[in-house]
Design a binder for this molecule. Structure first.
Ligand code: UDX
Length: 437
């Protein structure tokens, strides 16, 4: 069985590498020839644990190859995955032009029966648009359309792909679903759930929007905790014991970021609006998340009488740990606000430094956390990198000009820092007695 994957972004590359590990012959197609060259030499543009190893193994075993020749790849394949990017437009809708262009090219190139599977996150109705395009061009050819959304998370993408909690297959009938399910039989499958194409398309948005809602809920509770003298850490722990609530996505922080949750919540809202349906809950989640980073930035700004020229170290610029991705990262938004208020910023991120340099040329990007602390009047923890937990805070404190830590991920050991003479400010609980604000 040979498969093609159109698009070598996060989802496409991880899926291709993982399918090759499962013994399938995979051609990953992209029109970025330089990127393909790098991939052929096992140079991967993104940091994703385990991915480099999988790509190397795939290339060496001959199971994984890269090509810019879409027609050639498609006419050799039984199953073609569309995994091209669907960026958010200014108005919140998703730009599916790449998906439609790919469908067009697939229709022209396919030979014999072809299963066309959408893995890109696409708005409801895209499957039927693809079907129309293919029918128009390839009326006499046999094909089926499937929506197979991918739920992998950056930072644990390989693990998530190989250990799915569910596989959603949206298609017209069971026979088609079984064709695709056959591919996944090689891995430790979660339940395979067959739905209509429209439902499958919507599931991805519902899933990401629900996660965004949970995060926003816990962030809102954390604000209330601060005001009433409660502690969000204990509150969240108590919630986690309740199986009905579940034990994840309950960590308060600077708000959700990344390439999916912000984009997909907005796209869901727009889809509903285009169908004359109001989604006041999702609308509030979007607004509250946008406000969150503003509130936290203001908290820092209000801690200083005058921000002009004051240096602050921001640890973590990626939108979460174990990735080098800074897209829609709350940290970048916070840094921009602080710079606008007159602060000078040092930053350090274990994997995000190169991307930070590109996006924030005015910030001082440092080689390690200690360098980022030099002459700073405060340190802000913005990403939950494990390595930040184990820093030598005694050393860091001596390099700083004032021992103040804003821990916007509640990552650090508060007691240890207080003993070392730091003023410690987490989120969702009051600063302990005797510690000056
Ligand atoms: C998400 C979905 O989880 C995944 O299923 C989908 O395929 C793509 O979008 P990802 O964007 O990699 O994955 O990030 P995720 O791990 O879900 O985190 C999203 C954001 O929420 C991050 O900024 C993270 O720091 C934040 N977050 C997460 C919290 O603030 N608190 C939490 O408790 C969990």
């Amino acid at each position: 069985m040979r498969i093609s994957i159109i698009g070598t972004g996060y989802v496409g590359l991880v899926s291709g590498a993982c399918f090759s590990k499962l013994g399938l012959n995979v051609i990953c197609v992209d029109n970025d020839v330089e990127k393909l060259n790098r991939l052929q030499h096992n140079i991967i543009d993104i940091y994703e644990p385990g991915l480099e190893e999988l790509v190397r193994r795939g290339i060496n075993s001959g199971k994984l190859s890269f090509s810019d020749d879409l027609p050639n790849a498609v006419n050799q394949s039984d199953i073609v995955f569309i995994s091209v990017g669907t960026q958010g437009k200014q108005n919140g809708e998703l730009d599916i032009s790449q998906v439609l262009i790919s469908s067009h090219e697939i229709a022209k190139a396919m030979v014999g029966y072809t299963l066309i599977v959408t893995k890109s996150t696409v708005p409801v109705g895209t499957g039927s648009e693809i079907e129309k395009i293919v029918k128009n061009i390839a009326d006499k050819k046999l094909f089926d359309i499937v929506s197979n959304p991918e739920f992998l998370r950056e930072g644990s993408a390989v693990y998530d792909f190989l250990n799915p909690e569910r596989i959603v297959i949206g298609c017209k009938n069971e026979k088609v679903a079984n064709l695709l399910a056959g591919l996944y039989k090689r891995i430790n499958l979660g339940p395979v759930f067959q739905t209509s194409i429209e439902t499958a398309e919507l599931i991805k948005f519902a899933s990401n929007s629900f996660l965004a809602t949970k995060i926003t809920f816990i962030n809102e509770m954390s604000i209330l905790c601060e005001s009433v003298g409660a502690d969000i850490r204990d509150l969240a722990t108590a919630l986690r014991f309740d199986k009905r609530i579940g034990d994840t996505y309950l960590s308060p922080g600077p708000g959700y970021g990344g390439s999916c949750l912000p984009k997909d919540t907005k796209a869901l809202f727009e889809t509903a609006r285009n169908h004359d349906v109001q989604l006041p809950l999702i609308n509030s989640v979007i607004q509250a998340n946008d406000d969150r980073v503003i509130q936290l930035s203001q908290r820092v700004i209000n801690s200083f009488e005058n921000s002009k020229g004051i240096r602050i170290g921001v640890l973590g610029t990626t939108f979460k740990a174990n990735t080098d991705d800074i897209r829609h990262s709350p940290s970048i938004y916070l840094i921009l606000r602080l710079m606008r208020a007159g602060f000078k910023i040092n930053t350090y991120d274990p994997k995000g430094n190169i991307n930070t340099l590109k996006s924030l040329p005015e910030a001082q990007v440092c080689e390690n956390a200690y360098e980022a602390g030099i002459n700073c009047q405060a340190i802000i923890i913005m990403t939950e990198w494990e390595a930040f937990r184990d820093l030598d805070f005694d050393k860091l404190g001596k390099l700083m000009s004032k021992k103040l830590i804003f821990d916007f991920r509640n990552l650090l050991d508060e007691k240890k820092l207080l003993k070392l003479g730091f003023t410690y400010k987490g989120v969702g609980f009051k600063t302990p007695e005797g510690i000056k604000n």
